[in-house]
Design a protein around this ligand. Sequence first.
Ligand code: AMP
Length: 300
Amino acid sequence: MAIKLVTTVAELRKESARLLAEKGGSSQGLVPTMGALHSGHASLARTAVAENDVVVATIFVNPLQFGDAVDLDRYPRTLEADMALLDAEGVDLVFAPDVDEVYPGGQPLVRVTSGPLGEKWEGASRPGHFDGALTVVAKLLHYGLPGGPAADGTTAAYRAYFGQKDAQQLALVKRMVADLNFPVEIVPVPIVRSEDGLALSSRNRFLSDQEREAALVLSRALRLIESRANAHQPLDLDSAVALVDSQPLVELDYFDVVDPTTLEPLAENCKETPFRGEGLAIIAAKVGPVRLIDNIPLDS
Ligand code: AMP
């Protein structure tokens, strides 16, 4: 394996500087993850490797963003397989710190506040989730700064890769970076799905065969909305909601069409008027023990 594992911020900085110098590089990419990696994460890594000279992936299950201790405990940890997947994509460095390295004084007293954008949709059913997620993303974005200058002495470019799967997280990270002037470019990466349409997620492994089959209704309902948008028809969200509700194993939390940046509902476009413009259809549901989210961008 060419990939190297580091567990402290000091080692990460040192290795990043060494790699930039050794490769004569001028850019560094960061891929933050919680591990239990699948092809969705591989796509982030592949994109980062294609666009940067040095690529760092982070693996950290962040206690701050879990409301439920059981959910935190049972989050899958598969470091060896994760390293192999990242190595195959050409990632240079894995930063997998333990909790004390990231929160040496225990839980941080000062945190990033996600504000109103973090209180709706996922935030409504997971209070505090996005404050916890943004706080760790802020720290990871700092840790992942290029450890030294580009080979020509200028400041190395710095990019971080986030999946569109977590659309609200992506919108919030973009706002944090813009509002607080973080020196990093946020690069969105499209959702990777299995052949039958299910968006890949580390949590899919907790679905029984029957639940997995039922979960397909989420992507089907999103595709229905997408096809209406592409045909400039009214989106008729109600009938798509009825499709999801017809699946007894699926307990719908929300399903709406929103502005991709503000995540405010585009109510007008959903009812009688033919759809034109940009939007994001978002859905969340509980299938058996697992909460699933999915979305599809609309552009017509
Ligand atoms: P996680 O490990 O679940 O926190 O996810 C780490 C990153 O991978 C986040 O930016 C996710 O949005 C992204 N990601 C997770 N699943 C997918 C997927 N199916 N397609 C694309 N990106 C994904």
